[in-house]
Write a protein that binds this ligand. Sequence first.
Ligand code: SAM
Length: 259
Amino acid sequence: MDFAEFKEAVYRRFGLYLDGYKEPQLKRRIDSLMALLQVPDYGAYLNLLARDGQQWQRFIDKITINVSEFFRNQEIFVRLEQEILPSLLATFRDLKVWSAGCADGPEPYSVAILLAELAPGGRHQILATDIDPGALAAARRGVYGERALQAVTPTRLNRYFRREGDHFYLQEQIKGMVDFRQHDLLKDAYGSGFHLIICRNVVIYFTADTQNDLYRRFYQALAPGGVFFIGATENLFQYRELGFEKIAPWFYRRPAGTS
Ligand SMILES: C[S@@+](CC[C@H](N)C(=O)[O-])C[C@H]1O[C@@H](n2cnc3c(N)ncnc32)[C@H](O)[C@@H]1O
């Protein structure tokens, strides 16, 4: 079985669509894991994945990179806090937000903290999705180490976290604002009517065609006037063709009045 057949078999057996990922890095990761496990070929690896749930989780861990942190790229989150969210709140009042590819939760929780401060008592909905069940379980626990909290101000650290040794426990009120669900951006349906969609440091693993397809679907999932927020190293070069207007670096709006 060659790599293409392995990908096809993974899709048929597990419903995981690997064709959307950039092949060289995907293959490198899978080959290195197989070498570590001393699995001789793709056929044997497929059998192992089919009978051992732990190996499946390890496989998912390997192809998904779960690194995240609160207020990642702090200066961009300042813009979110001071310009983007106030403007969205002025238009829509209660916000419907989607953090797509949320890893273990710092991104949607950062937005929850901002909304708790900017519009306390609002009936906001924050949906956070990821393909990786292990990351989602960690997200629901809401316990972090210092590395994920580097960009959190001392005031917020005191206010929203309880420290026990090296562990920081996120306050229940903030945890309760976020709804975590498993979702595969490459094959599951997207919702609609979102006022803010955040997809940062996720599409970088996908081929250019897949990225464009996802951008079109994010556009459709936004409410008119809603904003799409991308990663610091990403660029939506073709935003005009997709129908977006650029309102600030890393922030793109679906114009109001579009249907
Ligand atoms: C590097 S993390 C980004 C986390 C967060 N957005 C940030 O910027 O800090 C990438 C996340 O994308 C998720 N991911 C990878 N492929 C995915 C897919 N097909 N559907 C949904 N999430 C996916 C991974 O599981 C991982 O948690």
